[in-house]
Design a protein. Structure first.
Length: 257
């Protein structure tokens, strides 16, 4: 179980996160929702320890991550940022890097197998010898997802993993992410803007607003009221084939152009 307790963070004197608390279970896929600038990326970078929160703690199975060595943290938490600096390495080596926290001296046969499996899971096995910095944005996103999967963490933090993907790849990647949670008992926290993708593949929803948790819960938390409060947009939530769908009522305002 992952517990986030009273996490706060500021950039200089500007508070971004204020007392954010929630928990997620192993095997659960939780969407982090909220408008641009709400603090979603900051939240998951604080959980990953990429940024140091000003207060609060993150516990994995009762152990604060601050009490873990960097190596232990890397074994337990995988993190895919919104923008990734990609070195001039092959696709296969980029995925194999996900195994590094588990390696002793160098990669074992198991590490190669796990990396190969992850590469196949995202459908990039035919690109294994290409250089990652020469791939398209969507292809790079799939490679980064494969690396996070190869890491076999307890907690997977994904920042907009589908933002550069075409519709079919969005669905396939979200299905894979859900499978990581449900099939491999990983706790997944995914920042996502597409409410319908989130509704389809995530188990719970955490709405961030002004750096605090505005609302959270299962599908019942994705209401017109919460969408209006968080995004400042009118939308209906209708059932289609048993799946709730968000249909925005967007009214164009007169533009100065
Ligand atoms: N390095 C930084 N220095 C100062 N302010 C920052 C920095 N990074 C982000 N911010 C500010 O912190 C706030 C939260 O940013 P964050 O990236 O966490 O938002 P977000 O919810 O992930 O947004 P988006 O949906 O646009 O990705 C924003 O107002 C942003 O301008």
């Amino acid at each position: 179980m992952i517990e986030v307790q009273n996490l706060s963070f500021a950039y200089g004197s500007r508070p971004i996160l204020q007392n954010v608390s929630f928990s997620l279970e192993q095997g659960e896929c939780v969407a982090v929702l909220g408008n641009n600038g709400a603090g979603k990326s900051t939240l998951i970078s604080c959980i990953s320890r990429l940024r140091r929160p000003s207060s609060g703690s993150v516990l994995i199975d009762g152990t604060p991550v601050t009490q873990m060595t960097r190596g232990q943290q890397a074994q337990q938490i995988s993190y895919v940022a919104q923008k990734n600096e990609l070195a001039h390495t092959t696709v296969f080596d980029a995925v194999l890097l996900g195994r590094k926290p588990h390696m002793k001296w160098g990669p074992s046969d198991i590490d190669y197998d796990v990396a190969e499996h992850a590469l196949r899971a995202v459908g990039m096995e035919n690109c294994r010898l290409r250089y990652v910095n020469q791939l398209s944005g969507g292809e790079q996103q799939k490679v980064m997802l494969a690396r996070a999967i190869a890491q076999e963490p307890k907690l997977m933090l994904l920042d907009e993993p589908t933002s550069s993907l075409d519709p079919r790849n969005q669905y396939e990647s979200m299905e894979l992410i859900r499978h990581c949670a449900h099939g491999h008992h990983i706790a997944v926290l995914v920042v996502i803007h597409d409410l319908n993708l989130a509704l389809r593949f995530c188990d719970r929803f955490l709405f961030l607003k002004d750096g605090t948790v505005y609302a959270s819960g299962g599908r019942e938390a994705v209401t017109s009221e919460n969408i209006r409060a968080v995004y400042g947009m009118d939308a209906a939530v209708e059932q289609f084939d048993g799946i709730p769908m968000v249909i925005p009522h967007f009214h164009a305002h007169s533009s100065p152009y």
